[in-house]
Design a protein around this ligand. Structure first.
Ligand code: ATP
Ligand code: MG
Length: 361
């Protein structure tokens, strides 16, 4: 265990609070992977944790966990708890803090996420998580049907861990997922997108897609054309193809998605189309249409201008050249030279543009 993590654990313990590292860090360490998100379970109450670590920029969250950063490490400290009753198959309605570390482990999702490390580097593995890591298996803690029903996000977490580590899902867990799949409709698009992005950015995404199909999750996730996930590494480009729902997209993302959809029915080899839509949408669509992206992007980079603001002449200079006050006529002239420069009929050079305007207007 790294020094910074040990220091946090020792500080809690020296103040009389039983504490363990649990979850992702321990799991990843045993898999030989580095991780910097450190989850700690402790008997200390959130406010006590906040006081102990008050020299750091400590955040106290809605569900009572406390987080802060030390160097590259992000600590998330959670008081031993029992989740009472779940609301909308997602949020615990009420959290009760408890004294028993063993009981805290019961509420966790999968055996591989319930392996703990104490400050003497001892591993505590009450649910045989190490064995499941060896067997490459995702297995729920306790009754998988109840676990998936209580919190449908666990369905996607199961697929995410299986995908990233190339693990299998234990057979009862599979059945439990299929049985509860429609609960995914109750989850926020934001949370679903977070998990799906992790699945689709994995080098094992093909396997992830296979699992989503096998577990009959595409319909409840409102996903279609899922094969497009394999065509592009750009997540927004991918989302444009695989759903008609608003997966909590920002305004900027929605604009890109709209452009990508329009571009699909246009000729990307047309200079005017390239110019209108610009670098990013063009690169996404050349992936999606499986065109020669390198060639298309090289041609785009050779365009004489990428935007009308790159014209070497300003509206003011046009007025001076023509001895006229600014008016609506400017719009036509600017459009005319913009197109001629773009198509290579005029060089983007102040003097040449001025001469052209004087001769033609
Ligand atoms: P990573 O940080 O790599 O995404 P993680 O397993 O650490 O994976 P976190 O979201 O950081 O995931 O959660 C920390 C731990 O809290 C998990 O390992 C698990 O024990 C528990 N946990 C998280 N989310 C849930 C959930 N929805 N249901 C039950 N337990 C959960
Ligand atoms: Mg974590």
């Amino acid at each position: 265990m790294e020094k910074a993590i040990l220091n946090v654990l020792k500080k809690l313990e020296n103040n009389g609070y039983e504490s363990y590292v649990v979850g992702g860090y321990v799991r990843d360490m045993l898999l030989g992977k580095n991780s910097f998100d450190i989850d700690i379970a402790t008997i200390a109450k959130p406010k006590e944790v906040r006081t102990l670590f008050s020299t750091f920029d400590v955040k106290l969250h809605e569900y009572g966990n406390v987080s802060f950063d030390i160097d590259k490490f992000k600590f998330d400290i959670t008081t031993f708890r029992k989740d009472i009753k779940y609301k909308d198959n997602r949020k615990p309605e009420k959290i009760v803090y408890i004294d028993s570390f063993k009981d805290d482990l019961k509420r966790r999702d999968f055996t591989i996420n319930a392996i703990c490390l104490d400050s003497d580097n001892n591993i505590i593995d009450l649910y045989d998580g190490i064995n499941d890591l060896k067997k490459k298996k995702i297995k729920a803690i306790g009754d998988p049907y109840k676990k998936m029903e209580e919190d449908a996000l666990r369905i996607l977490r199961a697929v995410r861990f299986a995908t990233i580590f190339k693990f299998k899902l234990e057979s009862d867990l599979k059945s439990a997922i299929i049985k509860n799949k429609d609960l995914l409709l109750n989850l926020s698009y934001e949370r679903k997108r977070e998990e799906l992005n992790k699945i689709f950015s994995s080098k094992n995404k093909k396997y992830g897609i296979k699992l989503l199909k096998e577990l009959e999750l595409l319909d409840p996730l409102e996903l279609k054309n899922i094969h497009y996930v394999n065509y592009t590494n750009d997540l927004i480009g991918m989302w444009a193809m695989i759903t008609d729902k608003d997966y909590a997209f920002t305004k900027k993302e929605k604009d890109i998605i709209k452009m990508v959809k329009e571009l699909l029915s246009l000729d990307i080899n047309d200079i005017l189309v390239e110019y209108k839509y610009g670098r990013y949408p063009i690169s996404i669509v050349s992936d999606l249409k499986r065109l020669n992206k390198k060639k298309i992007m090289a041609r785009y980079e050779r365009l004489p201008i990428k935007d009308k603001t790159e014209l070497e002449i300003t509206a003011e200079e046009i007025c001076t050249a023509l001895g006229k006050a600014p008016d609506i006529f400017l719009k036509d002239i600017l459009k005319d030279i913009e197109m001629k420069v773009l198509l290579g009929e005029l060089e983007n050079n102040k003097k040449i543009l001025k001469d052209y305007i004087k001769t033609n207007y």
